[in-house]
Design a protein around this ligand. Structure first.
Ligand code: NAD
Length: 359
């Protein structure tokens, strides 16, 4: 079974991917943590499916456990959630020698990681991601945060976990829309860096087929994410290549006030629109947009947002915190499997305006 290592000197850690790992989680934790107390942070949906199994596994391995179940959803990743979590850790008597385990999707992982980075000036934590997005992306790399009323992820930290344990079998209970959401990031990874992953994806059509290929899909995505993190731990270079589809995607999420599209849907639209434009400019191999759109649509993901206000999108792109000075650094595809950084300026995005063709 795949085991990867994120190599960051003293902050290095393993990523283990194995079907059925949840049952043996307690034993796995013994490899990275010799203490006695573990606090589990989870959300109500994940707790209903996997909370008891996780806690029993930890107790079988001799750990004393405590837990807190948060409401599910993005609103939990907020400032307002922090006091209840800190209180629960204090009530449980968690010290700097003990461990926090995040059991859930990206919301639980980002919130729990932020808590771990700040509680008693930093305690160790382990990620057990349960959504596809969290398994292939957010659990690796140590970006932890809560949202601020003025923007997503504005209050956060870089704080690496002690380990990431991934059990692809827990994805069977993930609702379809969140599954598709994670698949958008899988398609992104294949497009920018992994033609073999692309070919694998194109052969897996139904959700059960995808589920069968999940160990390889997750391992390929995690390998690429870890390589990027190792090269640019604190995003000094913006982890640039992972941002394919995200310039338009972020703008679309902001313009639609984070309600109409999930993040993955917005990224799918972003990848599709920017590739159509770069193909029209001769920067991308002919046929790339058609192949990308076919792959996205077949997995229930959108490729356009005809109702979106193009002028508002261009304005949101100009405000994006990742844009520096007058230059915009965007990711384009030379062809499927090969992304590259392209330096441009805001007028590149004028194709989004109604007279330029629209979104
Ligand atoms: N830290 C990073 O590098 C990074 C990267 C990408 C995204 N993110 C963040 O991740 C978050 C989105 O992650 P997400 O989509 O996992 O959100 P989420 O944690 O809200 O999970 C999505 C939904 O699926 C449910 N769920 C999760 N696993 C399940 C399972 N196995 N079975 C049944 N239901 C399950 C959750 O309860 C929730 O309702 C955003 O806040 C985003 O900013 C962080």
């Amino acid at each position: 079974m795949p085991e990867l290592a994120v190599r960051l000197g003293r902050r290095s850690y393993p990523i283990k991917i194995e079907r059925g790992l949840l049952t043996g989680l307690g034993e796995e934790l013994r490899r990275v943590y010799r203490g006695s107390k573990i606090f589990i942070l989870t959300d109500e949906n994940v707790n209903a499916y996997y909370g008891e199994a996780a806690e029993k596994s930890l107790q079988r391995a001799g750990y004393i456990t405590g837990s807190l179940v948060m409401p599910a959803g993005e609103q939990t990743k907020s400032f307002a959630s922090l006091p209840a979590v800190y209180d629960a850790l204090l009530d449980f008597g968690l010290t700097r020698r003990d461990l926090l385990l995040t059991l859930g999707g990206g919301v639980t992982g980002d919130l729990g990681g932020f808590i771990a980075s700040t509680y008693m000036r930093g305690i160790p934590y382990v990620q057990f991601p349960t959504s596809l997005l969290a398994q292939i992306d957010s659990s690796v790399g140590g970006k932890v945060a809560v949202n601020h009323p003025r923007g997503k992820n504005l209050i956060g930290n870089f704080y690496q976990p002690s380990a990431v344990f991934i059990d692809p079998d827990v994805l069977v209970t993930l609702p379809d829309r969140f599954f598709a959401d994670g698949l958008a990031e899988v398609v992104k990874t294949a497009c920018i860096k992994d033609i073999k992953l692309w070919r694998l994806l194109r052969n897996l059509h139904t959700r059960p087929e995808l589920q069968n290929g999940m160990v390889e899909i997750i391992a390929r995505c995690c390998r690429i994410k870890k390589d990027v993190v190792e090269a640019d731990e604190r995003e000094e270079n913006g982890r640039m290549v992972l941002n394919f589809g995200h310039t338009i995607g972020h703008a679309l999420e902001a313009v639609c006030r984070y309600s109409r599209y999930t993040h993955g849907e917005a990224v799918a639209i972003g990848m599709s629109l920017i590739t159509a434009q770069s193909e029209a400019m001769g920067l991308t191999a002919p046929g790339t947009t058609a192949a990308l759109r076919e792959t996205l649509s077949a997995r229930g993901l959108p490729c356009a947002a005809p109702e979106a206000d193009g002028a508002a999108l261009v304005s949101a792109i100009s405000r994006d915190k990742k844009n520096t000075g007058s230059s915009l650094y965007i990711i384009l595809l030379k062809e499927i499997g090969h992304g590259f950084i392209y330096e441009t300026t805001l007028p590149f995005f004028h194709f989004l305006l109604p007279q330029g063709g629209g979104a």
